[in-house]
Design a protein around this ligand. Structure first.
Ligand SMILES: C[S@@+](CC[C@H](N)C(=O)[O-])C[C@H]1O[C@@H](n2cnc3c(N)ncnc32)[C@H](O)[C@@H]1O
Ligand code: SF4
Length: 468
């Protein structure tokens, strides 16, 4: 199928939406700028199996809207038109309707805060305005209710430290991370030197701006791959008194009792120990040599030491049937961690095309995601944050659940973009949130460790300017 449109500025978003209707569609966008500035005429030409259909529509520009508001309104209308057209042509609907963005909960929060919709009508608004399915719309409304810890205050900030290093590389992984053996110990030490330098500058920024650090999140990668002494060196730098301090220890085979003691000594409150699946055959297939026994041992040590624990699982791993996923989820529920995050597999384009055929049908993945929501709710878990990534099967989502009062504030802040985040290390993103003006500025550090270390002085200067 080929789709042509005269709206080049929105090409990527329109392509993303069209792609969700079938990963194998060939989509071509034809650039023909619209000349009229008061009434816009937009057009899609759809060619399907040799048959061409033209969809045309026009609308009047509202002179009371800013350029940005006008652009966003036009984007919404175009995507809705494209969605309705593909929905009719292909007799297929999508769980998230015409929404392609990664933060549906933020979208709704903004509409509520701007007075465009009432909170109690949030689900209805999503269904009507974006053709979102009823269960997903209700999920968003439910999540908003569970995000009461949000404090919009420009001085209240979070710190993120990135350790993009892993013992080995999982085949499906969509994050930039270095294999420890390829990096070598010397470069790890050099990386810690640079983190130390960046953190010294960040401490000065925090003092100058009178920022209050609410949470720290050390992610990656696998921060727990660092040796005991390296971990201690890193944590000694993070001397802020915070409400919540998370360190990702995703691969259970990197966790030792000594490391947990060090984490405890330096005030860490929350860990992530991620099984992804409890099926050993799948773990072998995805290049993640961690046994269930290792997960159980690490988890029980973490509980003994009083950490709040999150566990990640992925729906749609290659060759996993619904029954396999269901069994893994049952095991996870027996462990009863404080947080559970259910991810939907996201495919890394070209390299992963072969995975697509090995993966389950979209319908099965939807069943896994729906089932996890149902069974987790039945077992006392509530959803508290949600995000979508590019190329996730069927455009599905990642959802974080909590039991009792154990929400992760950092996860909410970073997905809802309500607070400033200072990102430290290779690949870390910094965000400056201006709550009154409703404006966000972003800044990225160099992605790879070597580049980051080579440019550390420049990075620090840029960071100082960014937070001026
Ligand atoms: C940034 S990773 C870090 C976690 C840690 N290194 C680990 O693997 O346990 C966070 C989570 O993203 C998820 N993830 C990574 N690649 C993914 C992909 N291609 N599709 C869906 N989820 C993915 C995994 O569940 C992983 O635990
Ligand atoms: S351990 Fe985590 S970050 Fe590292 S390669 Fe595997 S999924 Fe990616």
């Amino acid at each position: 199928m080929t789709i042509k449109t005269n709206v080049p500025a929105l090409e990527i978003e329109l392509k993303d939406l069209a792609n969700l209707f079938g990963q194998h569609n060939e989509i071509e966008i034809d650039h023909q700028e619209s000349k009229n500035t008061t009434i816009l005429h937009d057009k899609f030409v759809v060619e399907n199996n040799g048959q061409e259909k033209v969809f045309e529509f026009s609308y009047q520009l509202d002179p009371n809207l800013s350029d940005l508001e006008q652009k966003s309104l036009r984007k919404k209308m175009l995507k809705n038109h494209l969605y309705q057209m593909l929905n009719k042509e292909l007799k297929m609907s999508l769980p998230w309707g015409s929404l392609t963005g990664i933060r549906p909960t933020k979208l709704v929060r903004d509409m509520i805060e701007k007075g465009q919709i009432k909170e109690y009508l949030a689900a209805e608004a999503l269904e009507k305005m974006f053709f979102v399915s009823e269960p997903k719309a209700k999920l968003v409304a439910n999540i908003l209710k569970n995000q009461k810890c949000i404090i919009r205050n420009d001085n209240l900030i979070d710190i993120y430290v990135n350790i993009p290093i892993c013992p080995t590389r999982c085949v499906y992984c969509s994050f930039i991370s270095h294999k420890l053996s390829a990096l070598g110990d010397e470069k790890v030490e050099k990386y810690l030197d640079c983190l130390e330098k960046e953190l010294a500058a960040v401490k000065q920024i925090i003092a100058d701006k009178a920022y209050i650090v609410r949470t720290i999140y050390v992610g990656g990668g696998t921060p727990s791959v660092l040796s005991e002494s390296q971990l201690e060196r890193l944590l000694k730098m993070l001397t802020f008194s915070v409400d919540e301090f998370t360190v990702e220890c995703g691969r259970a085979d990197t966790i030792t009792e000594e490391k947990l003691d060090i984490l405890k000594k330096f005030g860490v409150t929350r860990l992530s120990i991620n099984p992804q699946t409890f099926c050993q055959a799948t773990l072998k297939r995805i290049g993640r040599p961690v046994s269930t026994a290792q997960v159980l041992k690490a988890y029980s040590m973490a509980l003994e030491k009083g950490f709040v624990v999150n566990m990640d699982m992925i729906a749609g791993l290659p060759q996993e049937k619904f029954a396999t996923f269901k069994k893994s989820l049952a095991t996870l529920l027996e462990l009863y961690p404080h947080n559970i995050t259910i991810h939907t597999l996201s495919l890394k384009r070209a390299a992963d095309l072969k995975w697509q055929s090995e993966s389950l049908s979209d319908k099965d993945v939807e069943k896994m995601v729906d089932y996890s929501y149902k069974v987790l709710s039945e077992n006392g878990y509530k959803p508290y944050y949600l995000y979508r990534q590019k190329n996730q099967l069927k455009g599905l989502e990642n959802v974080g659940y909590f039991r009792d009062e154990h929400v992760c504030i950092f996860n909410i802040d970073s997905m809802e973009e309500t607070n400033t985040i200072i990102g430290i290390g290779a690949g870390a993103m910094s965000k400056r949130v201006f709550n009154i003006e409703r404006r966000i500025e972003r800044q990225h550090n160099h992605k790879f460790i070597e580049d980051y270390c080579q440019n550390i002085d420049k990075i620090i200067e840029e960071k100082k300017n960014f937070y001026k």
